[in-house]
Design a protein around this ligand. Structure first.
Ligand code: PEP
Ligand code: MN
Length: 337
């Protein structure tokens, strides 16, 4: 159920509504908009008393059921776009955001040179994997905590915020200590215990689409994040597995308008895993911007030919600089800054 409060309701009046919702057996999830506060009341409506009586309360504007299987993620719960503020960089707002950096953190020199270059080119968030989900156990698995420390150093030196992947529940607290955004990778998109652990750190979560995940499953996975006291969720399309062999994955740009219709959460596009080809990254970025994405997640490496992971899809520092320039008119045409 969604309980919408009237504008400018006093805290005391709001608390009374929250108390009643709990009393009736539901868990309230408060979402504050500019004008109104919306409360998602989560619970099994078949076994609990109805919340509809709240309509008669003077501070309540409306009480409506959400028919969708995903509730808090749904646009029905929150009509306006949600924004996520990461160290002053707002994702989902007017400003288009670019997250960029290497697939994996490899060394101090590699990370620092990339961080400086992407910051100079206009990126605001640094990406880099410290715990890497590699298909083969014999491939580079990431620097672990040492990688996180290097990301922290890069953040202090450049002012960029940091996004990095959380691979395992056991590392949730550790990764959250260093990351500004927790990335949940495609292989873990339906690892529900991991999603809950990520949510509970309180850090915003970027949830990649699973390799063969339907959009409804993806939205429901996102529901695990918002239902566990987290209020910063963004979806990230990174391509799905199809029969095609010219690309590593098939980047599904239709997810941009669909996620925008179904959810209030921001949508981010990862063109790097999307095609697995550096030569296609720029075109896919332009498409993503034009279709209304809120941000991009791009792999950038000072020497892609020698990268320890995903070399074929990482763009060089110079290619990234050019790409950022080429994107400017697309960002403006999409009504973003
Ligand atoms: C990555 O971002 O480097 C990565 C491993 O992503 P995905 O989970 O989308 O494969
Ligand atoms: Mn990668």
């Amino acid at each position: 159920m969604i309980v919408v409060l009237k504008p400018n309701i006093a805290k005391k009046e709001e608390r009374a509504v929250l108390k009643e919702i709990r009393k009736l057996g539901y868990r309230p999830h408060v979402m504050r908009g500019v004008e109104r506060t919306v409360i998602g009341a989560i619970g099994d409506e078949r076994t609990h008393q109805t919340l509809e009586t709240l309509v008669s309360w003077p501070q309540v504007e409306s009480v409506t059921p959400i028919q969708k299987r995903y509730k808090l993620v749904s646009r029905d719960a929150h009509a306006a776009n949600s924004t996520i503020n990461v160290r002053g960089n707002v994702i989902g707002g007017k400003k288009f955001q670019v997250m960029a950096g290497p697939c994996s953190v490899e060394s101090e020199k590699q990370l620092m040179s990339t961080a400086e270059a992407v910051a100079k080119a206009g990126a605001t968030i640094l990406r880099g994997g410290a715990f890497k989900p590699r298909t083969s156990p014999y491939e580079f698995q990431g620097l672990g905590e040492r990688g996180l420390k290097l990301l922290d150093k890069a953040r202090r030196e450049t002012g960029l915020a940091v996004i990095t992947e959380l691979l395992s529940e056991q590392h949730a607290e550790l990764v959250a200590e260093y990351a500004d955004i927790l990335q949940i990778g495609t292989r873990n998109a339906q690892n529900f215990q991991l999603l809950i652990a990520a949510a509970k750190t309180g850090k915003p979560v970027l949830l990649k689409r699973g390799l063969s995940m339907r959009i409804e499953e993806w939205l429901l996975a996102g529901e695990y994040v918002l239902a566990n006291e987290n209020c910063g969720l963004m979806f990230c399309e990174r391509g799905v597995r199809t029969f095609e062999t010219y690309t590593r994955n098939t980047l599904d740009l239709s997810t941009i308008p669909i996620i925008k219709q179904e959810s209030h959460c921001p949508i981010v596009i990862d063109p790097s895993q999307g095609a697995g080809r550096a030569d296609l990254v720029a075109a896919m970025c332009k498409g993503a911007v034009a279709m209304g994405a809120d941000a991009l997640l791009i792999e950038v490496h000072p020497n892609p030919a020698e990268a320890w992971s995903d070399g074929a899809q990482q763009v060089s520092l110079e290619a990234f600089r050019r790409l950022m320039n080429d994107l400017r008119p697309f960002i403006a045409a999409a009504g973003r800054e």
